[in-house]
Structure formats: structure tokens, C-alpha cells
Design a protein around this ligand. Structure first.
Ligand code: SF4
Length: 244
């Protein structure tokens, strides 16, 4: 996978202009409309890693209902590594992800055993932890260590496809290195953290899968899908090209 700098160097001048407009719009929108969650106030790598592991395949609102209790009960990676699995499972049960408790405890044990209790900042070391894939590793790098890396999940892929016409070559776009490279090339010069959070929030609140609120979207003036379907959107159901 190319680095962010390599991706930026490959972008054409026109693509760089579009990328700058895109990222500026997201950062500005996030300053006004971004959501608040307890893990977003933290820079503690352990707390952020646990939040990101909980956030996979569930909603941030649901995670918020148990996150503070979880961090109070297991306030350090050492406490989680020693925790009885059943207790952790019980705490996560309201999220419907009780099965993830095993991975979280295993990851904590690995951090204690291999890294003396310090969550690693290196992407390969993060990915070597149980239950940690590319997305989670990058989220920890960005939100805990301030690294300038893009995040690509289902919501982000949808926005990139609709707004900029970026399509992966693989059916599972989040596994496509070209999509990750395109996402890296769009990173702003400043405010990468706010940009990543803004994209996640825009996908959850505005450019949703089934009912995008295009007329309230900060990308509407540059969105290739919206500009091709503007007339259809006014007062009518969402056209098929937006939902594709
Ligand atoms: S204008 Fe509509 S389709 Fe385009 S990015 Fe915004 S919400 Fe999504």
C-alpha cells in the first residue's frame, strides 16, 4: 500500500484542487456539525483502541451507552488483560458484540506480553494484535498518535463513490489498495483528525445509505452524483444513481 506522501505525489494538479476543496468542506462541516463521543475526547491509545474495537459493526450511539462503564471498570490494559472473560462479555452484551470480548481481552494480553503494556504506534504491530485490521490500526494511529493516515470504511467508501466517483476494482472496496491510496491522496494538509471524524459523521448523518440529505450536504456543490441528478432530487424519491 503506498504511503500518504506517495499517493499525494501521484495526484494530478486538478485532482489536488478537487481533493483540497473536498477535504476543506469536510473539515469545516465537522467544526459545526461533528458529533461528540467520550472516546473522541481521549488521546489515550488504549482507550481509543478499545473504542475502535467496539465500534466495528455497531453504531457509535450504542457504543456510547457502555463505553464509559467499560473504561471505568477496565481503566488500563493490565486490568483488561487480567479480567474474567465472562465479565467483559456481560458488559458488551447490550451492543450485541459479546463475542468480541475474547478479542479485546486477547489484544490486551498481547499488548502486555509483547509491548510491556504500551499500545504500539506502528501499523504492522497494531495489525498483529488479535481483532485489529487495517481500519482499526489506522484509527488508532490517527486518533491516538496523530499520524496523517486516511480511514476507509463502508460509509467513507460510499461518500468517495458518490461525491468523487471513486470506485474500487474489488467487490469489497475496503480491501482495495487503490481505494486506500485514493483516500490518502485526499487528506488535508492540516486537520487530518477532524477530516477523518467528519467523513465518518457525514456518512452516518447525511450521506446515509438509503436517505442521503443532499440539500444539507457540504459536498453538494462538488458531488458528481448529486450534480447529475439534481433535478430528480427536488421533492422526489432518491434517484437510483445515488443509492447505487
Ligand atoms: S450530495 Fe448527496 S450523494 Fe453527494 S455526498 Fe452529499 S449526501 Fe452524498
Amino acid at each position: 500500500m503506498p504511503t500518504t506522501k506517495q499517493s499525494n505525489r501521484r495526484a494530478t494538479p486538478a485532482a489536488r484542487v478537487v481533493g483540497r476543496a473536498f477535504s476543506s468542506a469536510i473539515v469545516a462541516w465537522f467544526a459545526d456539525c461533528g458529533r461528540e463521543f467520550p472516546w473522541r475526547r481521549s488521546r489515550n491509545p488504549y482507550e481509543i483502541l478499545m473504542a475502535e474495537m467496539m465500534l466495528r459493526k455497531t453504531t457509535a450511539t450504542l457504543v456510547a451507552s457502555v463505553y464509559s462503564d467499560f473504561i471505568r471498570q477496565y481503566s488500563s490494559v493490565f486490568q483488561l488483560a487480567d479480567a474474567p472473560l465472562e465479565d467483559v462479555r456481560a458488559l458488551l452484551k447490550p451492543l450485541g458484540i459479546a463475542g468480541r470480548a475474547r478479542l479485546m481481552v486477547d489484544a490486551a494480553e498481547a499488548i502486555v506480553l509483547r509491548y510491556d503494556g504500551e499500545v504500539p504506534a506502528d501499523a504492522d504491530e497494531l495489525r498483529s494484535l488479535p481483532g485489529v485490521g487495517t481500519y482499526t490500526a489506522r484509527a488508532v494511529q490517527c486518533f491516538a498518535f496523530g499520524k496523517e493516515v486516511a480511514l476507509v470504511d463502508t460509509n467513507v467508501i460510499r461518500i468517495l463513490r458518490r461525491a468523487l466517483g471513486i470506485h474500487g476494482r474489488r467487490a469489497r472496496a475496503h480491501t482495495d489498495p487503490d481505494v486506500w491510496a485514493a483516500a490518502d491522496s485526499l487528506l488535508p494538509l492540516r486537520g487530518v483528525r477532524e477530516y477523518n471524524l467528519g467523513l465518518l459523521d457525514l456518512g452516518a448523518m447525511t450521506c446515509t445509505a438509503n436517505s442521503p440529505a443532499c440539500q444539507e450536504c457540504p459536498l453538494s456543490t462538488m458531488c458528481v452524483t448529486y450534480s447529475c441528478s439534481d433535478g430528480l432530487l427536488r421533492g422526489r424519491s432518491v434517484p437510483a444513481q445515488i443509492l447505487s
